[in-house]
Design a protein around this ligand. Structure first.
Ligand SMILES: [Zn+2]
Length: 480
């Protein structure tokens, strides 16, 4: 009740909303998500959660509730097409580092997220994100998809569930062994064709919408065999009518993944500049290429943490929950003692230079791909330590813009193309008749600078208008 009471008391609008058959956004400058010229003084009519008219001369039904947005800007709800609900934004859910098992009860951390996914839902809506693609984690996340359909309180959710991997390396040969929670695994094997097919069958049976392969660079003696197996998995995913999405880390493997039928590359290429062959493969096969550039900075943010810098929250509207903030602050104390190291300025400088080079290549590659007609989706990898659910999308959009991509194109990447990555381009991602009424109201012009998404005042999810002031956790500040 605490969450909704102030909302009902302060906004007569909201109570009326529940009964109004139609709502009309009137007067905003509209960016519809297709990348064209904005529509000035627009009218958008919403009927029972769906957009029924868009333009300047829509008939306004007499009984409609008018939402006057003159002088403001309207866009589709943002789509973050790479997140992990089974990861908190901190190290307490990071099973990959064995040392963390001594500090955190990883199952308890997982229990918390499982029982409190509404906290992340609120962080997303508060940030203007009305749809998310959970690209891999424990199978409990899959159930979130069904409850998100037609929900006015949750972003539309699509999950890929368990990940398939050959990898046994990170921090100690035990990925398959330690990635367990409630007798399920986060990762499934692909040690033989048979085993890989079994993994796809398990994912299909779990009700997931996508099959994701976490394809870290294979050992040379296994490389050919494993690369061939990607096709086996891709074909099986498509036979089951599931999206096939792939994590790769090299240009060579990105090409292999596309030839194996990948629908989505869940990270951009940053280790090298892309070539003509790759561009052709992406465009001819209609692949969605995700950006995930902000998370490339994680080496630097972790080093700074180890060196004693306090954690930083880039969260203009206070959409990260007080619980998450506290978790990070406490965790910082916990980790700083046992694991702190003093990295000197030279080491930090070297890391910044190499990270900068990765981001430079990633920016160059996405710009080139855009110029050649590729489909690029803005995506954050939120859930990783210090990449928080919700507001992380702003920094990602700004890094894309900094690559020289016009703001209007960045909007397409963070709306329409994200919907395409989720396989939902027919349902959401643009402001068009028949689409979900998932909309964002901004005070500033996002067509000039995508930093304007930080000026969000309202978000509509499937016909329900929320004010950011109500979604924000600012009034519940426990600390700071
Ligand atoms: Zn990820």
């Amino acid at each position: 009740m605490k969450l909704y009471l102030p909302l009902l008391l302060t906004l007569g609008l909201m109570t009326a909303n529940a009964f109004a058959q139609q709502q009309v956004f009137k007067g905003a400058t509209l960016y519809d998500g297709n990348g064209g010229e904005p529509i000035a003084n627009s009218v958008v009519v919403v009927e029972q959660g769906t957009i029924s008219c868009v333009g300047t001369d829509c008939a306004i039904p007499e009984s409609a509730e008018i939402i006057d947005v003159s002088g403001k800007f309207l866009t589709p709800g943002l789509v973050d097409s790479h997140v992990h609900y089974a990861a908190s934004g901190w190290f307490d859910t990071r099973r990959i580092f064995p040392m963390l098992r001594e500090v955190y009860d990883l199952d308890k951390a997982q229990d918390y997220l499982r029982q409190n996914s509404a906290e992340l839902d609120r962080s997303y809506l508060c940030s203007g994100v009305t749809a998310v693609f959970d690209t891999g984690s424990f199978p409990w996340t899959i159930a979130l998809e069904e409850t998100s359909v037609g929900s006015v309180e949750k972003p539309r959710f699509v999950a890929s569930g368990q990940l398939i991997t050959h990898d046994t390396h990170p921090a100690g040969k035990d990925v398959l062994r330690y990635q367990k929670y409630e007798n399920t695994r986060e990762f499934l094997p692909m040690g033989s064709d048979e085993e890989a097919l079994g993994s796809v069958a398990a994912i299909a049976a779990s009700g997931s919408s996508a099959v994701k392969v976490w394809f870290t660079p294979p050992a040379p003696q296994q490389a050919d065999e494993l690369r061939d197996r990607l096709s086996v998995i891709g074909n099986a995913a498509h036979r089951n009518k599931l999206l096939f999405i792939v994590h790769v880390e090299t240009l060579k493997d990105a090409k292999v993944a596309i030839r194996a039928g990948a629908d989505v590359l869940v990270h951009g290429v940053d280790s090298t500049l892309v070539d003509d062959e790759f561009i052709k493969l992406v465009t001819e096969n209609n692949v969605v290429y995700q950006t995930t550039m902000t998370v490339l900075l994680d080496g630097v943010t972790i080093l700074d943490l180890m060196n004693g810098d306090a954690p930083h929250f880039d969260d203009p509207n206070y959409c990260i929950s007080p619980r998450t903030r506290q978790l990070v602050r406490d965790g910082y104390e916990k980790l700083h003692g046992p694991f702190s190291q003093n990295f000197g300025p030279a080491q930090r400088q070297a890391l910044i230079l190499s990270t900068g080079a990765n981001i430079f290549r990633a920016q160059h590659n996405l710009k080139r791909l855009l110029e050649e007609g590729g489909t690029i989706a803005a995506a954050t990898d939120a859930g990783n330590p210090q990449y928080y659910h919700g507001p992380s999308i702003y920094g990602e959009m700004e890094l894309i813009q900094a690559a020289g991509v016009p703001a209007r194109e960045v909007i397409v990447m963070a709306t329409k193309n994200g919907a395409k990555a989720m396989g939902l381009e027919g349902t959401l991602g643009t402001v068009e008749v028949g689409k979900n009424a998932d909309l964002v109201v901004l005070a500033e012009d996002p067509g000039k600078d995508v930093a304007a998404f930080r000026s969000i005042t309202h978000v509509m999810r499937f016909g329900k208008l929320h004010s950011i002031a109500d979604l924000s956790y600012a009034s519940e500040k426990a600390v700071d």
